[in-house]
Ligand binder design. Structure first.
Ligand code: ADP
Ligand code: ZN
Ligand code: ZN
Length: 652
């Protein structure tokens, strides 16, 4: 019988230390095992990350783990430096880092989506165009470089990515292909299932935790060498990394919203540098940072300028809603009619679900807001409920104003539900379908709708982001953007960038296979640069304008930000801690400027009062290091939480 072994265990807790346990007698538990161990009065799952030779000083009682949950370890010791980097870079604990990296570590639910490769058409390698071939050659000739495939929507970026992956796999290495978190990547998965038969692994949010774990182990054993997945797939434990592709590089879903708040693009850069692999980013609308790096030649730009499936860039017209009344203006209705008369299809896009996003009193101005958040409630007519889109709080609509007793209460503003109702009223005998997270909650509905639309059985497909990305429909002639300004009012320095790329991406759904695509953009702000330049498809002008605005403000990419959100139930406590952190940062002279402490634009979410301190710095490494040294010295009570966001993508 051997001695009991000592284990260092990392838990998914915001406590930046490891905990020591014994194995039950004679049990060998390797690094990378997941174990259950007693923790206070609870029982917690954690990862074994080491075997200390002695009980650490000051630890009086060492308990035994309860059991080992996986026979096969989830990682080996050489995986730990990456986790350690995530821990340090994003101010997390090692357990939080590992739990974000490895499936099953966090609570996950599978979302309804499309199944993999059921009726996959026999997809074969396409003969590349000259532009595509040049791009591929440039990437493959290099070793360990970073490239940006900047190509208009529909210019065949996917084919370049896939052929680069094929070559890397032929070299005996693995390729990770990242896509934004969307349910509609089936076009990619279909072609991939054929071309990489047997060696594909998919890490996707619609898999259950145990399915993801199975994929994870196939990757770790080197059985699957082409890995497709959303954000967290960047952590895939491939034995020999050859290539990471980040498709739709500009997409906000690459940034994690929970600790560790990592950005998959940043992790990818770190990994390719360490593992001497290639990185290939791509988009039709690069992020402002990426554009800036390309301009300063730190990122090698490869261009694709032509559509390859017989399409051309669509014509784009603007409808000023100040003159033509919305939400469905006469020109838009006319265009819908014409399109249907020609036997073609339309997509309508509105990035706002529900029926109406205001419910207020016309006598005194009272507005129905969430009880737990400082935001208005959205009216969902189908369910006859007022719902908070931040915390899920729901309540019944009112018919009498609770403030003044007036009966003159009602909704204003519009969401996808209301547009659907209007369309159905105007075109009663058309086939109109809505695609948003409310409409496709039931399993299979999304897939069915997509198939019907592709088969030409639907005249108008109406939806949110879900219809904006990744879809390729041959029959579409018209794309209508119902309201282009939905994101512009947000008090956030990236609002213009997000609005611009969304319009260009949505417009890019038209004219993919025919040269007569048409886009109508409805807006109250036709002169806003984000809208004006998107409509003109003038990317150079947009980025030049946006970069000069950012430079004037010394905002990213001309500096970097670290944002500290302080939140808790007690406003007084939160203000106190925020003040303490603000003055500690000021005393230390962190960065170039300390903004705040101030209330967050979203001042309350889920009954938590939120304050923020933002550090702006031109010398990121030094500032980061000093902040890491300073934070442990700030005394934070258990009722107050800190969220530290390095390079935040939003400041709401
Ligand atoms: P992007 O990702 O750049 O928006 P896609 O990769 O979706 O564009 O390609 C658009 C269309 O062009 C697809 O239907 C694809 O099959 C087709 N395509 C790509 N490369 C070629 C090629 N070399 N020859 C013919 N068609 C191509
Ligand atoms: Zn009132
Ligand atoms: Zn709420």
């Amino acid at each position: 019988m051997t001695d009991r072994q000592l284990l260092d265990v990392a838990f998914n807790l915001p406590i930046d230390r490891l905990f020591t346990y014994y194995t039950p007698e004679a049990l060998e538990v390797p690094v990378g095992a997941r174990v259950i161990a007693p923790f206070g009065r609870r029982s917690l799952a954690g990862f074994v990350v080491g075997h200390p030779s002695d009980v650490p000083d000051g630890v009086r009682e060492v308990k035994e783990i309860t059991r080992v949950t996986n026979n096969e370890p989830l990682f080996t010791a050489d995986y730990l430096p990456l986790a350690e980097w995530v821990r340090r870079m994003y101010f997390a604990s090692l357990g939080e880092a590992l739990s974000a990296m490895i499936p099953g570590g966090r609570k996950e639910t599978a979302v309804p989506g499309l199944s993999l490769g059921e009726e996959a058409p026999a997809q074969t390698k396409l003969d590349l165009s000259d532009e595509q071939q040049q791009a591929l050659d440039a990437v493959m000739k290099s070793e360990g470089s970073i490239f940006y495939l900047f190509g208009i929507t529909g210019s065949g970026k996917t084919e370049v990515f896939l052929q680069a992956a094929e070559q890397v796999i032929a070299e005996g290495k693995s390729a990770i292909y990242l896509v934004p978190e969307i349910a509609l990547t089936h076009q990619l998965l279909d072609s991939v299932a054929h071309r990489f038969a047997g060696s594909v692994a998919v890490l996707h949010s619609r898999l259950t935790p145990s399915q993801r774990l199975t994929e994870w182990q196939r990757i770790r054993r080197g059985e699957a060498r082409f890995i497709v997945g959303a954000r967290s797939a960047v952590f895939a434990p491939v034995p020999r990394l050859g290539l990471i592709v980040v498709d739709e590089e500009h997409d906000g879903s690459y940034k994690s919203g929970a600790s560790p708040r990592y950005h998959a693009r940043q992790v990818a850069m770190k990994r390719v540098a360490e593992e001497k692999a290639r990185l290939l980013l791509g988009s039709a609308t690069p992020s402002v940072e990426a554009w800036h790096l390309m301009q300063s030649d730190k990122l090698h730009r490869l261009r694709l300028t032509r559509r390859l499936s017989g399409g051309a860039m669509p014509t784009v017209e603007v409808i000023d809603l100040a003159r033509d009344q919305g939400p469905l203006s006469r020109p838009l209705l006319d265009a819908l009619r014409e399109t249907r008369a020609e036997g073609r299809q339309s997509i309508l896009f509105l990035n706002r679900r529900g029926f109406a996003h205001f419910f207020h009193c016309r006598s005194c101005g009272y507005e129905m807001t969430c009880k737990r958040c400082s935001v208005g409630l959205t009216y969902h007519k189908e369910r006859n409920l007022m719902i908070c889109h931040y915390c899920g709080y729901r309540t019944n609509p009112i018919s009498v104003c609770p403030d003044c007793g007036s009966l003159d209460v009602g909704y204003s503003g519009f969401g996808t539900e209301r547009i659907e109702e209007e369309l159905t009223r105007v075109f009663p005998d058309w086939s109109i379908r809505r695609v948003d997270s409310d409409a496709v909650r039931k399993k299979g509905v999304l897939q069915e709708t997509i198939e019907q639309f592709r088969a030409g059985e639907i005249d108008v497909l109406l939806g949110t982001q879900m219809v904006a990305k990744g879809l390729n429909f041959p029959g579409v002639k018209l794309v209508g953007i119902v309201l282009a300004d939905t994101g512009l009012h947000l008090p956030d320095f990236r609002a213009a960038e997000r609005t611009f790329s969304l319009i260009v991406q949505v417009a890019g759904r038209a004219g993919r296979f025919h040269p007569d695509g048409r886009v109508l953009v409805q807006t109250y702000q036709p002169q806003n640069p984000a809208i004006r330049f998107a409509v003109a498809h003038d990317l150079e002008a947009f980025y030049a304008n946006e970069l000069s605005v950012r430079q004037d403000l010394s905002f990213p990419p001309f500096s970097r930000l670290i944002r500290i959100v302080i939140r808790g139930r007690s406003a007084q406590r939160v203000r106190e801690i925020a003040a303490r952190i603000g003055s500690a940062c000021n005393r230390e002279g962190l960065g170039d400027e300390i903004l705040g402490p101030s209330e967050c634009p979203l001042a309350t979410v889920n009954r938590n009062v939120r304050y923020q301190v933002i550090i702006r710095t031109a010398t990121f490494g030094a500032t980061h290091e000093r902040l890491a040294a300073l934070l442990p010295s700030v005394d934070v009570p258990a009722s107050v939480f800190l969220e530290i966001d390095v390079d935040p993508v939003a400041l709401l």
